[in-house]
Design a protein around this ligand. Structure first.
Ligand code: COA
Length: 392
């Protein structure tokens, strides 16, 4: 069975394509929701799969900048991927992934990234795990820091309108420090991070700015869920986002959150395993950290992806799709590709290549053999990578 895949042409098609996944959430594509979503995801970036003219699935891609070690790259943020249950396992997803990757390549985005609903899906399309994330559930009695914190700055609640001015610079500072952070447009901030939906009116998100030396250096978005049992509060504080531009601001912000009265449990997710909170807590084991895969990344253009890094160069041995044999090419920031002589000293899978594109540091002269996704790409500086099945 072949399916026709092309971008959506109007809001009606857009809605039916997004309903490919929307129906699994029980989210009808109403006008208000589509109007809002189309401000962050263009109609032309939403591919629809059609059978006999009927839309049976959809796959979208946001246009982002994605931070890589020492710089940033244009990235397709793959999203709202879904196939109608009437058409599952007939190749609709595969056809959409092919069309989308081709489109991403033509647009000059060297990488594509996504969060997977199921970790079993995207490896076959060339995606590999690029980062890990986890959630914590910290009981109040285990919320002490290892060392007393010398308090600094002041926290204050701000409105969504104020947050729109104050929070983005902190996010930008995070992106400059950590690979894998997406840029956020003003619409993204307004419609996704800071929007206060009607159905959450009874218990809205709250926005806190932490100012040090007169400048917002950290912010938090959180909500409390109150409750009492046997006369004792068992409230939860749900930390939706807590970002600091400096180590001091990060520590101060978490101290503020962990001190909120009545809270029995503090919950947060999307924390990287090396989050500073684990070093701040006196008993990090008690944070009940549960880890899983986070970002999945597809290298679409090897040269652009690897020379977008500011740090040590990486050389890649590639077997071009159209040719026999392999060629070895070195990538350094700003210098483009240079042909190299000799064979690769190390080999890694396509997933290893993902790690080379996103890891912070690379050590020169590493001798260890790197063969798989789980081996550290930290050692790939003067190594060579083998990869096939790339679009460029
Ligand atoms: C996941 C989903 C998009 C798959 O669509 P589909 O059209 O049935 O997939 P295809 O028929 O094109 O399958 C392509 C390949 O992916 C595999 N695959 C599909 N869904 C899978 C899943 N959930 N887990 C593991 N493998 C899966 C198929 O077995 C097939 O493998 P192969 O070609 O290597 O043999 C669809 O089931 C769906 O919409 N699920 C609910 C929403 C969802 O999870 N969306 C993904 C959001 S990140």
């Amino acid at each position: 069975m072949s399916f026709e895949i092309r971008p959506t042409a109007d809001l009606e098609e857009y809605g039916r394509a997004i309903f490919g996944i929307g129906q699994y959430f029980g989210a009808m594509p109403d006008e208000e929701r589509l109007g809002r979503f189309s401000k962050v995801l263009d109609l032309e970036r939403m591919h629809a799969a059609r059978e006999n003219g009927e839309i049976v699935g959809g796959a979208g891609a946001f246009a982002y900048d994605f931070s890589v070690p020492g710089g940033s790259l244009p990235c397709a943020g793959v999203t709202v991927v879904g196939v109608y249950p009437t058409h599952r396992r007939r190749g609709v997803l595969r056809a959409m992934m092919d069309a989308q990757l081709q489109d991403v390549h033509e647009r000059g985005e060297p990488i594509a990234a996504l969060w997977a609903s199921e970790e079993t899906i995207y490896g076959r399309f060339g995606y590999g795990i690029a980062s890990w994330q986890g959630d914590v559930k910290i009981k109040r009695e285990w919320s002490a820091f290892a060392r007393p914190l010398e308090r600094a700055g002041r926290t204050r609640f701000v409105t969504a309108a104020e947050a729109l001015e104050l929070f983005p610079p902190v996010w930008k500072a995070l992106a400059a420090q950590r690979p894998g952070v997406f840029s956020r447009s003003p619409s993204w901030w307004e419609l996704r991070a800071l929007r206060l939906p009607d159905d959450e009116k009874a218990n809205p998100k709250r926005f806190v700015s932490l100012e040090i030396d007169g400048e917002t250096q950290a912010y938090a978005i959180f909500r409390t869920h109150s409750g009492f049992e046997a006369g004792v509060s068992n409230a939860r504080t749900e930390v939706i986002e807590a970002i600091g531009a400096t180590p001091q601001a990060t520590a101060e912000l978490w101290r503020f959150l962990l001190d909120i009265d009545w809270t029995a449990t503090f919950e947060a997710d999307l924390l990287p395993p090396d989050h500073p909170l684990f070093l701040l807590l006196a008993n990090p084991r008690r944070a009940a950290f549960r880890m899983g895969d986070s970002l999945w990344l597809r290298v679409v253009d090897v040269g652009a992806a690897l020379s977008g890094r500011a740090y040590a160069g990486v050389s890649v041995e590639r077997r071009p799709l159209e040719a026999r044999g392999r060629k070895r090419v070195a990538y350094r920031r700003g210098r483009g590709a240079r042909a190299r002589r000799g064979r690769a000293r190390f080999r890694v899978s396509r997933r290893g290549l993902v790690r080379a594109a996103t890891r912070v540091a690379a050590r020169r002269g590493a001798r260890r053999r790197c063969t798989g996704a789980r081996r550290p790409a930290l050692r790939l500086a003067s190594a060579a990578l083998v990869s096939r099945d790339l679009l460029s």
